[in-house]
Write a protein that binds this ligand. Structure first.
Ligand code: ADP
Ligand code: RBF
Ligand code: MG
Length: 185
């Protein structure tokens, strides 16, 4: 919701500056200090993101993420993401672009998964899938808790709103600066 986004940004900007590092999460998402960085290979999920919801998500290999996934509450977040193509030296080594991403973390209560997953949807059109490639993400701010909706259409509408909120939130100059961190390829 707009109110949740406002609260998250307000707290983040208000409390984040002093530390020089992170942004404090909104009240609903207690634990992890943000931003939180993760890297893992893109693996196959159940294949419903793109086909069923019109929103493909790059599922990250949870074996590689390990305990880091336990340090962040389930929920929908906004952040940055970078796909590292294996043959990037063929590009003259130019650094891969860093895209905005709406990131789903948790058990997808609409579907009742039994594993906690981290799945970013990147705000970019890709000509091809990128399964097996390395993905780096930076989780920047909390949007809302994940939940089960009364219909698939209601979930799809909410996801479209999350993408708009992500797009707007990351225009903040303090969030743009995060693209300069040494974490990125
Ligand atoms: P799965 O359940 O296997 O993750 P999805 O329907 O969620 O299936 O599709 C995810 C795949 O689609 C990603 O792994 C990636 O290769 C590809 N993809 C294409 N465009 C995007 C995008 N904008 N954001 C995330 N993944 C994308
Ligand atoms: N799954 C849910 O069960 N509940 C949600 O509220 C929810 N919100 C999402 C928001 C965004 C922006 C994205 C990208 C995914 C969300 N998902 C949610 C996850 C979705 O169910 C999952 O990506 C697909 O099932 C494919 O794995
Ligand atoms: Mg997916």
């Amino acid at each position: 919701s707009a109110a949740g986004l406002g609260l998250g940004l307000g707290l983040g900007l208000g409390l984040g500056l002093g530390s020089g590092l992170g942004f404090t999460t909104a009240a609903e998402s207690a634990a992890a200090p943000l931003p939180l960085e993760m890297r893992a290979t893109v693996v196959r999920g159940f294949g419903r993101g793109g086909k069923l919801l019109g929103c493909p998500t790059a599922n990250m290999d949870m074996k590689q993420i390990g305990h880091l996934a336990d340090t962040i509450d389930a929920g929908i977040y906004f952040g940055w993401a970078q796909v590292i193509e294996p043959d990037r030296k063929a590009n003259g080594g130019a650094p891969p672009p860093i895209y905005k991403a709406a990131i789903s973390i948790g058990w997808n209560p609409q579907f009742g998964n039994d594993e906690k997953t981290v799945e970013p949807h990147l705000l970019n059109e890709f000509p091809e899938d990128f399964y097996g490639q390395d993905l780096r993400i930076m989780i920047v701010g909390f949007l809302r808790p994940e939940k089960a909706f009364e219909s698939m259409e209601a979930l799809i509408d909410q996801i479209q709103q999350d993408i708009k909120d992500t797009d707007a939130a990351l225009e903040d100059p303090d969030f743009q600066k995060l693209k300069e961190r040494p974490f990125w390829a």
